[in-house]
Design a binder for this molecule. Structure first.
Ligand SMILES: [Mn+2]
Length: 252
């Protein structure tokens, strides 16, 4: 099993074209750990679709305008608490992150509930422009703001739970499971001990380390390439995990 993994393109389609030109058609799957850039997504997936393998992706905060029903082609699979099986490996994870959950359905549901609970405050903010500063001093307004803040971390908790549930329901062996998210998942060793590999991005650097049997690989340097570090990775998964980090020279 050979994977190509990268993240945080931030509309930089030139980097993706270079990456494509540099690589052979030799992957079993491509993993994209979010922050494609909402408007660039159709072109981005068009380039990647020239690889003849499935593309597994999650959304990040830069993808907040993309719906969870968009289809970028039959080979492209949005990862969102679902399981995708490729060979002997299972892929799961979730889309969106607390920086901006965008259209994440779990966050959307929480958000709608808060809007309904605070309809009076929202109406006062909209309609009563001369006394907006007065509204902002009310307890009801403070409560509304506090609820909106809390919804971000609650969405994270529920999305994490969605991944655990999906793995449990599918009877997935964590040692054959790859978890993809935009932001690194903390406490993974407690919730899903023995997970084979966690691929993520968001913090713009390349890093690769192992903790309690799980390999953590941050592949988020594509938009800010440095010659001394990799900005995408090819990952061989057999009895052991071999990672080759690569760099795209963006200088002309
Ligand atoms: Mn990000």
């Amino acid at each position: 099993m050979r994977l190509l993994a990268f993240s945080d393109v931030h509309h930089n389609l030139m980097a993706v074209r270079k990456l494509r030109a540099q690589e052979e058609n030799s992957f079993d799957a491509i993993v994209v750990a979010g922050d494609i850039g909402s408007n660039s997504a159709p072109d981005f997936f068009k380039i990647l679709s020239t690889f003849k393998c499935p593309i597994l992706y999650v959304y990040g905060n830069w993808d907040h305008e993309l719906t969870y029903k968009s289809s970028f082609g039959r080979n492209c699979h949005l990862i969102h608490s679902n399981m995708v099986q490729i060979g002997k490996l299972s892929f799961t994870g979730f889309s969106g992150c607390p920086t901006n959950w965008g259209m994440n359905p779990i966050y959307g549901k929480l958000h709608r509930q808060i809007e309904a609970d605070n309809a009076d405050v929202i109406a006062a903010l909209k309609n009563d422009i001369p006394s907006i500063s007065k509204t902002r001093r009310t307890k009801a307004y403070q409560k509304y703001i506090a609820q909106r803040q809390l919804a971000k971390s609650e969405a994270l908790r529920l999305n994490r739970q969605g991944v655990s549930n999906a793995m449990r329901e599918a009877g997935t062996d964590p040692q054959k499971c790859i978890i993809i998210t935009h932001e690194r998942l903390s406490r993974l060793s407690q919730e899903l001990p023995g997970t084979l590999l966690h691929i993520f991005g968001h913090i713009h650097k390349y890093s690769d380390h192992t903790f309690k049997g799980t390999r953590y690989i941050d592949v988020a340097a594509l938009d800010r390439p440095r010659p001394d570090v990799g900005n995408y990775a090819t990952i061989e998964i057999d009895s052991r995990l071999e990672v080759e980090a690569k760099c795209i020279p963006l200088a002309q």
